[in-house]
Design a protein around this ligand. Structure first.
Ligand SMILES: [Zn+2]
Ligand SMILES: [Zn+2]
Length: 149
């Protein structure tokens, strides 16, 4: 993925307005978190991160706001994890790698991926989901293997 600068609250305000979304503090802060952190968080993770800064926030508000963002198509669900809903504000075509050790979900840049055999089909969704180890965990795993071999 390309390197992007952090979005300011003004950037988020403008983006939500452009998508005909009425502005509220919760919507601003939740979208700002998603677009800047890019960790593909669950609703619970977002709640835990924002509750100190916004004491009036409730888990239900976070959940409902994310549902609303999904309806408005400014966030998407990440498919790499079937057992928990993770959210992504990056909408361009990219893949995900789930690290099986630390559990983090990373964005994977896709270039020149060729599919064949699709003549006559209509495709409405496409996902590229990878599972493995992130570089940090792969290093530790290799070191352990060396130590205990
Ligand atoms: Zn990892
Ligand atoms: Zn992503």
């Amino acid at each position: 993925m390309e390197k992007r600068k952090r979005w300011s609250l003004e950037d988020v305000h403008q983006y939500l307005s452009e998508h005909d979304i009425r502005i509220s503090l919760y919507r601003l802060k939740i979208f700002e978190y998603l677009i800047n952190e890019r960790t593909h968080p669950t609703a619970e993770e977002i709640y835990n991160k924002l509750k100190k800064e916004i004491p009036s926030l409730s888990p239900a508000t976070v959940y409902n706001t994310l549902r609303f963002f999904l309806e408005k198509k400014i966030v998407q669900l990440v498919n790499v994890e079937k057992n928990e809903a993770r959210y992504d504000a990056t909408l361009s075509w990219h893949g995900h790698l789930k690290c099986l050790s630390c559990g983090r979900v990373f964005d994977i840049h896709i270039e020149n991926l060729k599919l064949s055999g699709l003549e006559g089909f209509q495709v409405y969704e496409k996902h590229l989901d990878l599972r493995g180890l992130c570089p940090g965990c792969a290093k530790i795993k290799n070191i352990k293997e060396v130590e205990y071999d």
